[in-house]
Design a binder for this molecule. Structure first.
Ligand code: TLP
Length: 350
């Protein structure tokens, strides 16, 4: 049995030996006492990379987004976001449960909103109504197929939001992918947002951790909410060391993941019964539709698994495959070959 190629998520990576060595060597202290030097180094570094005053290290992207939403809002506030975004769909109802915030969703083009879709969405001040408070965007967009937000669209939304007194938050779990794919620095993306959440445990390959970045007084409030959420960690430097190593060493290499994604995407595009959706793969996520005559997403996933390739069914006829640090170019070629063989066999010969 050949080794397993796990394309279910870019969260499945294992720390590399060099990252483990950095973790092993980490200087630590009690971060709830604000005394962990490695956490401090990471927070200062990521804040600088994003051009923000301060950052807060948190265990997960979910906590980062939800702490951010809570620190920005009051119960009864409303957030504008794309209908398929992570914050609304995959964070267990966090805005409602944790912050008493309603989400007003708008259908984006593979996750990308145009300012014209938002212009009529600000509620007037009225005792009957929720208060429109926050706009949340996601870049790259997970369910949008790893799509990169055109920066002009972000700029237009940001200018409009500021004019209307709205706060801008970015779920930048995969912002690093957008940085590498476009050459636009993280700071430039981040300047259109009040706060930005980034993850170290997706494309960058750290075992754990995200950071919420923004103004210093906001991060002070967020720190308290992190504690309330049970996210105050003690010798968190062991985790921060992995994140810092990832930030310093694993950003540029995301280009390899993007190249490998193209290899797999080409196999999908060449295979009758499968259809890339979106048709253009821009970063490391490949979403594809399975025609009914080729079977279900579950059946295709099971057939690929039998060939040592794991993918993620995301709907009855939809699959996600994802390249990352633990998928080599040779493995991407093998996965592509498995796609070609598997589905050809599943589709009945006419
Ligand atoms: N996404 C995971 C799953 O939750 C779907 C994945 O495998 O892609 N924002 C975005 C855009 C994300 O894709 C994710 C994780 C998060 C936030 C949450 O990060 P974690 O898992 O660290 O809470």
């Amino acid at each position: 049995m050949p080794d397993i190629i796990d394309l279910r998520s870019d969260t499945v990576t294992k720390p590399t030996p060099a990252m483990r060595a950095a973790i092993q060597a980490a200087e630590v202290g009690d971060d709830v006492f604000n005394e962990d030097p490695t956490v401090h180094r990471l927070e200062e570094r990521v804040a600088a990379v994003l051009g923000k005053e301060a950052a807060l290290f948190v265990p997960s992207g979910t906590m980062s987004n939800q702490v951010g939403i809570k620190a920005h809002t009051q119960p009864g506030d409303e957030m504008l976001c794309d209908v398929n975004c992570h914050v609304y769909n995959y964070e267990a109802g966090g805005p409602a449960v944790l912050s008493g915030v309603t989400c007003r969703t708008v259908e984006g083009d593979y996750g990308v909103l145009d300012v014209s879709q938002l212009e009529d969405k600000v509620r007037p001040v009225n005792d009957h109504l929720v208060r429109t408070r926050l706009v949340c965007l996601e870049n790259t967009h997970n369910r949008g197929g790893g799509r990169i937000y055109p920066i002009e669209k972000i700029q237009a939304i940001s200018e409009w939001a500021r004019k209307n007194g709205l706060i801008m938050h970015l779920d930048g779990a995969r912002l690093w992918n957008a940085v590498v794919a476009t050459g636009i620095p993280a700071k430039e993306w981040a300047r259109y947002f009040d706060t930005v959440s980034v993850c170290f445990s997706k494309g960058l390959g750290a075992p754990i951790g995200s950071a919420l970045c923004g103004p210093r007084d906001f991060i002070g409030r967020a720190r308290r909410i992190r504690k309330l959420s049970g996210g105050g960690m003690r010798q968190a430097g062991v985790a921060a060391a992995g994140a810092l190593f990832a930030l310093e060493n694993h950003v540029e290499r995301l280009a390899e993941d993007h190249r490998n994604a193209q290899v797999i995407a080409q196999a999908v595009a060449d295979t009758p019964g499968l259809r890339l959706d979106p048709p253009d793969v821009e970063t490391n996520l490949i979403f594809f539709h399975v025609d009914r005559e080729a079977g279900t997403a579950q059946a295709v996933a099971a057939a690929l698994k039998a060939r040592g390739v794991l993918v993620l069914p995301t709907a009855p006829q939809t699959i996600r495959a994802c390249t990352h640090l633990d998928v080599s170019a040779a493995q991407a070629e093998r996965a592509a070959e498995a796609v070609r063989q598997t589905v050809t066999r599943l589709v009945p010969v006419r």
